[in-house]
Design a protein around this ligand. Structure first.
Ligand code: FE2
Ligand code: FE2
Length: 233
């Protein structure tokens, strides 16, 4: 029992949920008669394994998140809870199947010349996206409720920080920036203060300054003021 406090899941999941809610809101209010507007929202959600590193593709980010867990975190957990890891991997496979089906539907929809046909396909696309988001939110909840406490018992803060370092080190900088753009405004003041406090202690000053600038631009002004005051203590 180590009682580690590092949490590899909750902050990134907060960012992913914020992205998903935004995407869902855009999709459900989209005018599928308007082909250009439809192209923009479908392009943003499109998933393609060949371009899975594209920062702006939201489903790519969801998919890569699952890949990172499977390559950098789950192998270490397998020894202490193989059943939980197996369940989570099966859930990842189900999410991937849904992502691929949504991508195919999006492409098909963009190829429909008839506006009424696009409107009907748009209803089905919304329903498929809602099912994916519901399943993804439940899956992340399981990781937060079961995996986070399990890992805090079985790993040290140093081991958890090393796993996070390997994930960030293997992620292209544009995707790190895209994720932080969503994650920082999704965190509460305590999480933001911890994030920037440890960044200031461990990262080169230009990295800290660049991310502080991103935080200032993206986080609600009142919350950012509190974070700055706490960091100055
Ligand atoms: Fe996962
Ligand atoms: Fe996750």
């Amino acid at each position: 029992m180590t009682g580690a406090t590092e949490d590899l899941f909750t902050p990134i999941h907060k960012g992913l949920r914020a992205m998903m809610y935004d995407l869902s809101e855009r999709l459900q209010s989209n005018d599928f008669e308007d082909l250009e507007a439809t192209r923009r929202v479908v392009t943003d959600l499109e998933h393609d394994f060949e371009i899975a590193r594209t920062a702006g593709c939201m489903i790519c980010i969801f998919h890569r998140h699952a890949d990172d867990e499977e390559s950098q975190i789950f192998p270490a957990v397998r020894g202490s809870d193989a059943g939980l890891v197996e369940t989570l991997i099966q859930e990842h496979h189900g999410l991937t199947r849904q992502e691929l089906a949504i991508t195919a539907s999006g492409h098909e929809l963009l190829g429909m010349p008839d506006a009424a046909q696009r409107m009907s396909a748009g209803i089905r696309l919304n329903q498929a996206m809602n099912a994916l988001l519901a399943d993804y939110v439940l899956h992340m909840n399981r990781e937060e409720r079961e995996l986070v406490p399990h890992m805090s018992k079985h790993f040290t803060n140093e081991q958890l920080a090393a796993m996070r370092g390997r994930i960030i080190g293997g992620t292209p900088p544009d995707r790190v920036a895209a994720i932080l753009t969503w994650m920082l405004p999704a965190l509460n003041v305590t999480e933001l203060t911890d994030f920037f406090g440890s960044l200031r202690a461990s990262a080169p000053p230009p990295v800290f300054q660049a991310l502080a600038k991103l935080g200032e631009a993206r986080v609600d002004a009142n919350r950012w003021r509190i974070v700055k005051a706490r960091l100055a203590r």
